[in-house]
Unconditional design. Structure first.
Lengths: 494, 491
């Protein structure tokens, strides 16, 4: 057992606490222009059967030829998962009959996958983390799609997806509750998107997970597992695990036993139901595909790919904390989605003084921008305020041209009307007044008009705040608060 | 003009070049011969219109001096090769009237070099058989008969149509494929020359697959030189077949007639079978004598794992076949026999579409790959295969350049005579040839003599990987010593 496994939330049953043991097989569609073994396009959508080559349709005498880009993507992914890259791997045939599987077999990797053991660190609530082991990653072909709603008497087959490259990423059974499971998929998806090896679009089916769930008494022997197939939403994964764990606990506590089987999650009812039992499982008759030679490459090939790997979320987070002084929480929020990190880094690029304003920029991205985007239901890529606009606003605060309060008004204007923040500050007279002479006049006027308050403030210096408020009010919020404070202290002699 | 069909490719090449006759005349002569020989059932599809169109086009090129190495030569194509817009069935009912929208790499190279297609040749269904009796178009008849007998004999298989048509002068040469002996055994049965190239020498793209790790295309012709001429056009690296090897294709014809002096030839003792007919034994000794007389050095060698080759072959080949043939499911092309469910559609289609031998091999293959049997059968057979390969490597490491064996354990037999009760009786035909496929080596079968009943017998020469040239040199020596054999025309 992996010693680094993080205990999860236990489930209370009639006979005491139960621990859930979860392992996942994630199928991630490889980002590539063409399919794993044919030159056909992988474009999503399109008329049925419009992206089908002779190989995809399994015409007689057709042969698969490996698409090197897919191999590179798998290696990149392996590197991103800190995994062992196997310089020699073998493609096998997984044999079964189905109308959307034209060859009558799926080309996959069985005994010798391209990527071996690795691990990822996942973020849990309260700033905690857990390490989840990766068992392996292998390349395989996707099947086509059977359409049962096109004709009253027939089923139709769309082979557009047939032969598209998938990476099956298998975790070790290191996951201990629904939260960890969700965090695992979230983090895995984030890594894949950073790497650009899978777009992670779960709605389009680019990322789907099979979830293996079993329960046991904490520390006890592993229970019999059930596999919940084809989950395409992180929230559903959480719900399915909760339901399935409770279902299994109830059966065991009622004196029953768990049958190893494949189940499906029904999101409408929030429950899992049996799809097929172990006895009905196929005998896939795996054997090495004689049409393909073993896949071999050199360590230097891997090293070249490693050199060009982009910065991954964990590295980026560490850098934000170290060089910009962000809190681990803020850094975590910013790197969670690749687009957010890209946005934040573009803001940084637009700052004249990153060291001074980097942290301020993080606050603005997380609090003002994300807050507003969430409220309006926009994604970061559809933000009405661009990164360079936000950088300008943050820069104006940092250099003391506007106050934080004015900045919020400015943000509002940029959000609704657009425009160059610097020009807006000029044209709308939003600049903070730092001209001491002008401020002094206001201060003098207020002191002269309020002798009673002056007497009180001299006796009780905290009351100077009242004067600050008055000055700010009559300057329309544009007076530099620090300058006002300094002047008042001097004039009041406190 | 009738003797145009008796020319060799080399002779026809000269005749066409010096304008003694045109490709159209040559083609017409063969089309006429085909028509007169329909009783042999060698062609399953004649394509006279296409043949004449191709011949006219190449004649125009020859006039301009633009013909390729095979300019104007009429050929027959085994029905396992996909031919664009021309029905391709692998002689199986399951492909029905399948017309591929693509051309196999090997045949497209023949057309590139100027050859003319006469039609598609009969073969055992999906190349599974050694007598050409499993074809859905019925058996092919061997143009050879026992002296004084009218018994119809098989031409061997699976390339029975190719061998029969070449022997009967219906085409000047033919494409064929060899998975366990399907080129060499029919060549031996019909006194033709058959070459099974090194695995990876010819592209498999567009050839209906039987057993992918064993299948290899090659020519059948009437002389060693003709086979060498055809080989040069058929061979070559193809990026569409990753098992094809990227090395240059030599001028094989230049190897024909080259001295074999000093070449070390192995005689494997394990190929001396108990109960082998004395005539075969005699032929083998004679062949060795001819090579020795030509300056080659004969040595006895040992290939200790030979006896395991046939059983291992009949595990590996059906295993791959069971998977390769899964695509014939009635869903996308070919025969479809409807059913009430998709499962029934599969069952009905495959039961109706596949013949007995194909079904037998699909079942054997499915069995040996099943959970619980995989290690005992498939994995073990692959280990045997490695040992067989090593036997040859050890031999070659000792300086042996080629190995001489009989091509078949007997001469051609009668239609319906073998394998009726016990399929193994038929499988034993490949006893001398399967080892070559298991090891991925090149092999050539050359006519070497006749048995007491006047039926042709062949010898096999096995070479080092990608050294087909030595085989052509040695084959020519045997051919020159043995002479040519043409069946008397009776059809």
């Amino acid at each position: 057992m992996n010693v680094s496994v993080k205990p999860g939330k236990l489930i209370k049953g009639q006979t005491g606490d139960w621990e859930v043991v979860i392992g996942m097989e994630v199928h991630a569609q490889v980002t590539s222009k063409s399919k794993l073994f044919s030159g056909a396009s992988t474009e999503f959508g399109g008329e049925p059967n419009s992206h089908v080559s002779l190989v995809d349709a399994a015409m007689p005498g057709m042969l698969p030829v490996i698409n090197e880009e897919c191999v590179k993507q798998a290696v990149r992914t392996g590197l991103g998962l800190n995994a062992k890259i196997n310089l020699r791997s073998v493609f096998d045939r997984k044999n079964y009959f189905y109308p959307d599987l034209p060859q009558g077999y799926q080309i996959s990797q069985y005994k010798s996958p391209i990527v071996g053991e690795g691990e990822i660190i996942v973020e849990l609530d309260g700033g905690k983390t857990a390490t989840i082991g990766i068992e392996r990653l292998h390349l395989e072909q996707d099947a086509g799609k059977s359409l049962h709603d096109q004709s009253p008497s027939m089923s139709c087959v769309d082979l557009n997806r047939s032969g598209v490259a998938l990476m099956e990423i298998v975790s070790k059974p290191d996951i201990r509750d629904a939260e960890q499971a969700k965090a695992y998929v979230t983090k895995l998806r984030s890594i894949l998107r950073y790497l650009g090896t899978c777009d992670g679009d779960m709605e389009k089916g680019s990322l789907r997970a099979d979830v293996n769930v079993s329960v046991r008494k904490p520390g006890g022997p592993l229970g019999t597992r059930c596999e919940i197939k084809n989950m395409n939403s992180i929230n559903f994964i959480g719900q399915a695990i909760e339901y399935e764990a409770r279902r299994q606990i109830e059966i065991i506590e009622d004196g029953g036993t768990i049958d190893q089987e494949t189940r499906l999650f029904d999101p409408n009812k929030g429950e899992t139901r049996s799809m097929r039992s172990k006895e009905e499982a196929h005998d896939y008759r795996y054997f090495p595909d004689p049409d393909l030679l073993p896949l071999e490459f050199t360590q230097s090939y891997v090293d070249e790919l490693k050199k060009k790997l982009p910065e991954l979320p964990d590295q980026k987070k560490a850098r934000f904390i170290e060089s910009l002084g962000l809190s681990p929480y803020d850094a975590g929020v910013l790197v969670a989605e690749r687009e957010s990190a890209v946005f934040y880094e573009t803001v940084l690029d637009g700052l004249a003084d990153k060291t001074r304003d980097g942290k301020l920029a993080a606050n603005w991205v997380i609090n003002e921008l994300f807050g507003r985007l969430n409220k309006e239901g926009h994604g970061i890529t559809a933000s009405p305020v661009s990164a360079s606009q936000l950088a300008a606003i943050v820069g104006l605060i940092g250099e003391g041209t506007i106050s934080g309060k004015i900045a919020k008004d400015l943000f509002e204007i940029v959000w609704t009307e657009g425009g160059d923040p610097r020009e807006l500050v000029e044209s709308r007279g939003m600049k903070q007044v730092t001209d001491l002479g002008a401020i002094e006049k206001v201060v003098d006027d207020i002191i002269a008009a309020n002798p009673d308050k002056v007497a009180q403030a001299k006796a009780k210096p905290q009351l100077a705040g009242w004067f600050v408020g008055q000055v700010m009010k009559s300057s329309g919020g544009k007076a530099n608060p620090q300058a006002v404070n300094d002047l008042l202290k001097a004039k009041l002699g406190i | 003009m009738t003797d145009l069909t008796s020319l060799t490719i080399a002779e026809a090449r000269s005749g066409l070049a010096n304008k003694s006759f045109t490709s159209l005349e040559l083609t017409d002569a063969h089309l006429a011969a085909m028509e007169a020989a329909r009783s042999l059932n060698a062609f399953v599809l004649e394509t006279p219109d296409q043949a004449r169109a191709m011949a006219r086009a190449i004649d125009a090129k020859i006039t301009k001096g633009e013909g390729g190495p095979l300019a104007g030569i009429p050929l027959g194509i085994k029905d396992l090769f996909a031919t664009k817009d021309v029905r391709t069935t692998a002689c199986s009912k399951i492909l029905g009237n399948f017309v591929p929208p693509y051309e196999s790499t090997v045949t497209s190279q023949l057309w590139r070099d100027g050859a003319v297609m006469l039609g598609k040749l009969n073969n055992d269904e999906f190349a599974m058989g050694s007598s050409n009796e499993t074809s859905c178009f019925g058996p092919v008849v061997n143009p050879w008969r026992r002296e004084g007998s009218n018994t119809t004999l098989v031409p061997g298989g699976s390339s029975g149509g190719s061998a029969s048509a070449v022997a009967a002068l219906l085409c000047m040469g033919a494409t064929a494929t060899d998975t366990g002996g399907s080129i060499r055994q029919p060549a031996a049965f019909t006194a033709t020359v058959g070459v099974k190239p090194t695995y990876g020498r010819c592209s498999r793209w567009g050839i209906v697959a039987f057993a992918s790790s064993l299948d290899q295309a090659g020519p059948i012709a009437r002389t060693t030189r003709d086979a060498a001429i055809l080989m040069r056009s058929m061979a070559g690296h193809d990026p569409k077949d990753t098992t094809s090897v990227d090395i240059g294709v030599p001028d094989y014809e230049a190897a024909v007639g080259k001295s074999v002096k000093g070449i070390k030839i192995g005689i494997p003792k394990e190929y001396r079978l108990d109960g082998m007919p004395a005539e075969i034994e005699k032929l083998w000794t004679e062949g060795a004598g001819w090579l020795k007389a030509a300056g080659a050095e004969l040595v006895e060698v040992s290939l200790p794992h030979t006896k395991y080759a046939l059983p291992a072959y009949y595990i590996v080949a059906p295993a791959e076949a069971s998977s390769n043939l899964a695509r014939y499911d009635g869903v996308r092309y070919g025969l479809r026999v409807p059913g009430r469910s998709i499962g029934e559609l599969y069952e009905n289609t495959r039961a109706e579409g596949f013949g007995d031998e194909v079904r037998r091999r699909v079942m054997i293959g499915t069995y040996v790959l099943s959970a619980g049997y995989y290690d005992a059968y498939y994995l073990r057979a692959q280990k045997v295969r490695t040992l067989i390969k090593k036997d040859f490597e050890d031999c070659f490491a000792k300086g042996v350049s080629a190995i001489l064996t009989p091509a078949t354990p007997s001469a051609a037999f009668g239609v319906g005579e073998k394998g009726g009760a016990d399929p193994v009786e038929m499988y034993l035909n490949d006893i001398f040839t399967v080892t070559v496929n298991m090891a991925g080596l090149p092999g050539i079968a050359v006519p070497a003599g006749k048995d007491a009943q006047g039926l042709p017998l062949g010898l096999q020469l096995i070479g080092r990987p990608f050294d087909e040239e030595t085989l052509f040199s040695l084959g020519e020596v045997v051919e020159q010593a043995a002479g040519h054999f043409t069946p008397p025309r009776w059809w």
